[in-house]
Design a binder for this molecule. Structure first.
Ligand SMILES: [Fe+2]
Ligand SMILES: [Fe+2]
Length: 185
C-alpha cells in the first residue's frame, strides 16, 4: 500500500512540492544530529571556572537539538520520505556546516561557532515555516515553528554571552524543549 497517500495529496493540492519538502526536512534532521555530536565536543572544551555556567547552557541547546532530530523523523516518514542508510552520507547532506571545534579553542571562539550554528538553524526552520504556512501543511508548519521557537532562544542565549546584551531568558531547569516536547510523546 502507498504510504501517506491522503496526507501527501492534501499538501500537494496546496501547491507544495512534497519531495522537495522531505529533502529539506532530512537535511535539517542531519543538521540536528550532527550538531548534537559537535556540541558534545564543544561543550567539553569549555574549560575553566568562568566557562562552567556556559557549559550548562550548551548542554540544554545540545539536548534540544537532539530533540529536534527525534521530532523530525516521524514527520519525514509520514510524508513518505526515507533516511539514508549510510551515516556518513547523512552527515554530509546537512543543511548547516559542521560546528567543528576551532583550532586553539577559547570560550569566545567556541561560542561564536555555537552562535553561527543556531543562526543556520533559525534560517532553516524559517524557510520550512514559509513553505508550509497558510494552511498548506499545518502539521509540518506546527513542527517547524515549534523548533524555530527553540532555535531563536538558542541564538539569543549565545548572543547574550558574546555581546552582553540581555536575551530576557533564564536557564531552563528540569524539562527541556518547551515547544517541541508535544511532538515527542
Ligand atoms: Fe535544533
Ligand atoms: Fe539549536
Amino acid at each position: 500500500m502507498e504510504m501517506a497517500k491522503v496526507s501527501r495529496e492534501m499538501i500537494e493540492n496546496q501547491g507544495v512540492d512534497v519531495d522537495q519538502l522531505i529533502e529539506i526536512l532530512v537535511k535539517n534532521a542531519s543538521a540536528e544530529l550532527t550538531t548534537f555530536y559537535y556540541y558534545t565536543v564543544l561543550r567539553n572544551h569549555l574549560t575553566g571556572i568562568e566557562a562552567e555556567g556556559i557549559k550548562e547552557i550548551v548542554e540544554t541547546a545540545r539536548i534540544e537539538d537532539r530533540n529536534h532530530f527525534e521530532a523530525l523523523i516521524p514527520r519525514i516518514y509520514e510524508l513518505g520520505g526515507t533516511l539514508p542508510k549510510d551515516m556518513v552520507e547523512f552527515h554530509n547532506i546537512s543543511a548547516c556546516p559542521p560546528a567543528k571545534l576551532p583550532d586553539d579553542p577559547t570560550v569566545k571562539s567556541i561560542v561564536e561557532v555555537l552562535l553561527e550554528a543556531e543562526r543556520c538553524a533559525v534560517r532553516g526552520y524559517s524557510e520550512i515555516a514559509k513553505i508550509t504556512a497558510s494552511g498548506k501543511d499545518p502539521r509540518t508548519y506546527d513542527l517547524a515553528t515549534a523548533i524555530l521557537n527553540e532555535e531563536i532562544e538558542h541564538e539569543a542565549w549565545f548572543e547574550e554571552i558574546l555581546t552582553g546584551k540581555p536575551s530576557g531568558h533564564f536557564l531552563r531547569r528540569g524539562e527541556t524543549s518547551p515547544f517541541v516536547s508535544k511532538f515527542m510523546r
